[in-house]
Design a protein around this ligand. Structure first.
Ligand SMILES: [Zn+2]
Length: 165
């Protein structure tokens, strides 16, 4: 198969589902999110002024507009609260079904729920209440124009998967 300009990673990754798909540090002020992922940490931003925790991570607080934010860790395990299997209208490059879950990260988490794509998850197997965990994988670099140079910036991205019973 011809190599796509944007890596689709055999159905695991699509820029259409990426929060901030620009890969180079120079273009992406939440790049630290990806560096943290690479270290196995699932993180987001918390405002140092008002304490508001936002997910996805931000560069400016949605509450008080401060740009003094810090990185905090989120749980890497949660429970599927709602599971959606999309059989129609899935983004280009995916084989249906595309499975998304609304994940409950628990009462103690600064972010109670997140929406994530599910991988390693056969159709019609994930049920509400099942335990799920973070998976991090590489996103191979593609060329990016930076000033007069062409650079390649490798990155990682994430999804969730069912915890094996
Ligand atoms: Zn704030």
């Amino acid at each position: 198969m011809a190599k796509a300009w944007i890596p689709f990673l055999e159905g695991r990754y699509s820029p259409t589902l990426d929060m901030w798909p620009i890969e180079a540090k120079e273009f992406n002020r939440i790049y630290k999110f990806y560096e943290n992922l690479r270290e196995g940490k699932f993180t987001t931003t918390k405002c140092k002024q008002c304490g508001r925790v936002a997910y996805p991570p931000r560069v400016i607080c949605p509450e008080c507009y401060s740009d003094e934010l810090e990185w905090i860790e989120l749980p890497k395990k949660g429970k599927a609260a709602v599971v959606v299997e999309k059989w129609g209208g899935v983004p280009i490059c995916y084989e249906p079904p595309l499975i998304d879950a609304w994940i409950d990260l628990g009462e103690d988490s600064p972010v109670k729920h997140i929406l994530s794509r599910m991988i390693n998850c056969p159709p019609e197997t994930l049920k509400e209440g099942d335990e799920v965990q973070l998976v991090v994988f590489d996103v191979p670099a593609h060329p990016i124009e930076l000033k007069k140079e062409t650079i390649t910036a490798e990155r990682v991205f994430f999804a969730f998967e069912p915890v094996k019973k």
